[in-house]
Design a protein around this ligand. Structure first.
Ligand SMILES: Cc1ncc(COP(=O)(O)O)c(C=O)c1O
Length: 474
């Protein structure tokens, strides 16, 4: 194997693939049948014999990339997956090639320092006191803290583990008190209910928050629900709220919810996996007003902050909450020593933890925070402009005025199943990629603007294509 030659082959194949996607030359996606793809990629043969180098590597890359979803294609408007900033690729490469499991400082001082710095950047944007550099502040000093995780789902699990440790410090040792309860909006991302299962709390411990017709928490009704649950003997462990719900990107009223939580001394958790990006903007910052009162916050860098997956953050207003989330004994890792840096290992589910802060940092530093903020604003603006175009169109119906970069809409006269079928046909053309979702009791088509190159023209083309496909059907 000639490593240097293979690196050049891989880099140029990837760069050309991205450029073709960006210029709309290639299809957004092709979906060959899996067994046929495995055969074309010669997977079994390569695993058996090796030899993935040189010309064979180039052939493999070509087939592999042909069957990869082109996130960089401006007509890819389907999921909340970042269109990574090119500068972030360097960080990803550094992470993979150095392979430093940096949750123990001595196993990755640079990656640990970079993660510390980007977490503090997020904390400052959230309006919280950043974590002092090790040795610079007193241990008992009040400040916030956070850790990067492989995705928002792990971040939610960490936040709920911390909330449980706060509500019932004995649970780690003795198991869960069956009275423990989490109040969450029914539209909360499924990672909340999954965390309930993983933590052994069970779905029965999830109490649906009272919401309006658009799935937003009703703070007035929340208070009476809390009183009722308490009267029933339930121990409320946390109330969760959405900063950009998955379906339509709507935000809850954090100030009002925080008031209710404060009156009952309850842990407020905000899922800002997607929408916390509003923090870094000036024109949409108001959507996060009141979020500073939360006790925990999830914020994915691999959604609106243009970091490649996976890179999410779980942030806590009080660092002690994060420190108490897990309690582990492992003499090979945890022992007294002079702390030159910081060991994040006690704060994370992961033991071997990759240096994922590197790809986030290199992407951020490659453009600077003003450019990143302009990107977020431009995508939220596109949400509003697309919604305006859709509501002005006689054949389409808008689900709700978007607050962010997620737009749900329907074709008039088409039922839920019809929308699923229409999307299938659209995807088969390879010309655009969109999703569908249930929202407010119906299924809608859904656009998510993550790609910085997507224009109103791309939306217009996708709408025209949908109409053409629907017409051909009748
Ligand atoms: C609001 C929200 N929270 C959490 C998640 C889960 O994040 P991840 O996909 O990073 O696990 C998602 C995923 O789309 C989401 O939309």
């Amino acid at each position: 194997m000639n490593f240097s030659d293979d690196m050049k082959r891989a880099a140029s194949a990837l760069q050309a693939w991205i450029e073709r996607a960006e210029s709309r030359e290639d299809s957004v996606l092709m979906q060959p049948r899996m067994a046929a793809l495995a055969r074309d990629l010669k997977l079994d043969e390569l695993m058996r014999e090796g030899g993935l180098t040189g010309a064979r590597l180039s052939a493999f890359l070509e087939t592999c990339l042909e069957a990869s979803h082109r996130i960089q294609h401006p007509a890819s408007m389907g999921h909340q997956v970042s269109c990574p900033h090119p500068a972030s690729f360097i960080g990803g490469l550094m992470d993979v090639m150095t392979n430093n499991p940096m949750a123990i400082y001595e196993m990755g001082p640079a990656a640990a320092t970079v993660e510390f710095a980007v977490v503090n950047w997020l904390l400052r944007k959230a309006g919280w006191e950043p974590h002092p550099w090790p040795g610079a502040g007193r241990k008992d000093e009040a400040h916030a803290a956070g850790v990067l995780t492989h995705g928002g789902s792990l971040a939610q699990l960490t936040a709920l583990a911390a909330a449980r440790a706060h509500a019932d410090p004995e649970a780690w040792e003795n198991g869960n008190d069956p009275a423990l309860t989490v109040i969450a909006p029914p539209d909360a991302h499924y990672s909340i209910s999954r965390a309930m299962g993983i933590l052994g709390l069970g779905q029965k411990a999830l109490s649906p928050a009272p919401c309006d017709a658009l799935g937003r928490v009703r703070p007035d009704a929340l208070d009476s629900q809390i009183r009722r649950l308490k009267a029933e003997g339930r121990r409320i462990m946390a109330v969760t709220a959405n900063a950009g719900c998955t379906a339509a990107g709507l935000y809850d009223d954090f100030n009002a919810i925080a008031d209710v939580c404060e009156a009952h001394d309850l842990w407020l958790h905000i899922d800002g996996a997607h929408g916390a990006a509003a923090f870094i903007t000036s024109r949409y910052r108001h959507l996060m007003d009141g979020a500073e009162h939360a006790r925990s916050l999830v914020w994915d860098a691999h959604k609106m902050l243009r970091a490649p997956g996976l890179c999410a953050a779980v942030l806590m207003r009080d660092h002690r909450d994060l420190d108490h989330a897990f309690q582990q004994k492992a003499s090979y890792l945890f022992h007294d020593k002079e702390q030159i840096g910081f060991d994040a290992i006690s704060r994370t589910v992961e033991c071997t933890k990759a240096g994922i802060g590197l790809k986030f940092f290199t992407g951020l530093a490659g453009q600077g925070e003003a450019a990143l903020a302009a990107y977020v604003e431009s995508r939220f603006d596109l949400g509003a402009r697309a919604a305006k175009m859709i509501s002005a169109h006689p054949d389409f119906e808008l689900a709700v005025e978007p607050q962010a970069n997620i737009v749900c809409f329907a074709l008039r006269g088409l039922d839920d199943h019809g929308h699923l079928e229409l999307r299938k046909k659209l995807l088969a053309t390879g010309r655009a990629y969109i999703t569908t979702t249930e929202f407010a009791g119906r299924r809608w088509l859904r656009l998510v603007f993550m790609n910085p190159e997507t224009t109103l023209g791309d939306v217009e083309e996708a709408l025209a294509l949908l109409l053409e496909l629907a017409k051909n059907e009748t």
